[in-house]
Design a binder for this molecule. Structure first.
Ligand code: DGY
Length: 326
């Protein structure tokens, strides 16, 4: 008998076809997100689940999914999953590192350029019919080239963001849990800095560290005050690393110049204060959303799930300590 697997949201045809070769698949191609009670019900007879960052997999969910052997997240971040609880229950957790690094770095750069050059504000102005002609002081932005870029979280994606800065002749500072060796720093063309140094010296601060209780509100009112009044904050990682209420105040008061945000606390609800501000560029968590990358992420998750359900070690196992079920 094939193992039973649940896919919680819509995926691509090739992902479904691949999973169907190996598993008895229950999919949710209607893409209406399951509420927790419905998800728990679906998990009762499943051996595996391919899920998304919108699904919370915690102790309560595992109490329903007693047969579960694997939770395969279609994302590199896995803060939607209680990994210690999965480990305790012998459930493997997997993610999708690598395949989305370049696309997510590109989106961070999109936000850097759009905020610096006030692109969404300028577009709204043109669309509203307010543009009456060229003007020397019109929509003055700030230069990205030769500016200082501070990257907090120098993992795979942070590194790709740093590498792109060379084309803009930028000075790059970084902060990371661990300092990289000199040869890697040379390749990145980046200097290690303390959080305080980075915040005080950067013209653009890009957040790319994972979200966890340790990084909750990593940037709040105090940190925003440490930044230059001309600085721009980019959050392309997870809502929750920034205190959004404090950020709205800082943008209103001119504590910093602008922000570019792809992620929010409590998304898709966002702090209504953002909607009233012109100096913030808003995107709906689309960092990895290119056709090729989202296909690759879904297939990576599917391959992780199938490996786990057919007795192999999944390539992207997050909790190797999980004592897997027979
Ligand atoms: C991730 O992979 O963590 C991204 O945020 C998903 O878009």
């Amino acid at each position: 008998m094939k193992p039973k697997i649940l896919i919680t949201r819509e995926v691509f045809d090739e992902t479904l076809a691949y999973l169907a070769e190996h598993c008895d698949v229950k999919s949710n191609q209607a893409d209406k997100p399951f509420d927790p009670a419905t998800l728990a019900l679906h998990l009762q007879d499943k051996d595996g689940v391919v899920c998304c960052l919108t699904d919370r997999i915690d102790e309560a969910m595992l109490a329903s999914g007693k047969r579960l052997k694997v939770v395969a997240n279609i994302a590199v971040g896995y803060n939607n999953i209680d990994v210690p609880a999965c480990t305790k229950h012998g459930v493997m957790v997997t993610n999708t590192p690598g395949v989305l690094d370049d696309s997510t770095a590109d989106l961070a750069w999109t936000l850097i350029l759009a905020t610096a050059r006030r692109l969404t504000e300028a577009e709204a102005y043109v669309r509203a019919g307010d543009w009456k002609g060229w003007h020397l002081k019109q929509m003055l932005g700030v230069d990205v080239h030769h500016a200082t870029l501070g990257i907090i979280g120098m993992g795979r994606i942070g590194q790709q963001i740093a590498r792109r800065a060379a084309g803009f002749k930028m000075r790059v500072l970084y902060q990371n849990r661990n300092r990289w060796p000199a040869d890697v720093e040379k390749w990145l063309n980046a200097e290690y800095a303390t959080k305080e140094q980075l915040l005080a010296q950067s013209d653009f601060v890009v957040l790319q560290m994972p979200y966890s209780p340790a990084t909750h509100h990593y940037i709040g009112a105090a940190e925003l005050k440490q930044m230059k009044p001309t600085a721009i904050l980019i959050n392309s990682t997870r809502g929750g690393v920034v205190d959004d209420a404090a950020l709205v105040e800082a943008l209103k008061n001119g504590t910093i110049r602008a922000a570019g945000l792809d992620v929010f606390e409590n998304e898709p609800k966002l702090n209504p204060g953002f909607l009233e501000l012109k100096n913030v560029v808003l995107a709906p968590h689309v960092g990895s959303s290119t056709e090729a990358t989202r296909r690759a992420m879904a297939m990576t998750a599917a391959k992780n799930a199938v490996a786990a359900l057919t007795g192999s070690k999944p390539p992207n196992l997050v909790n190797p300590d999980a004592k897997t079920k027979a």
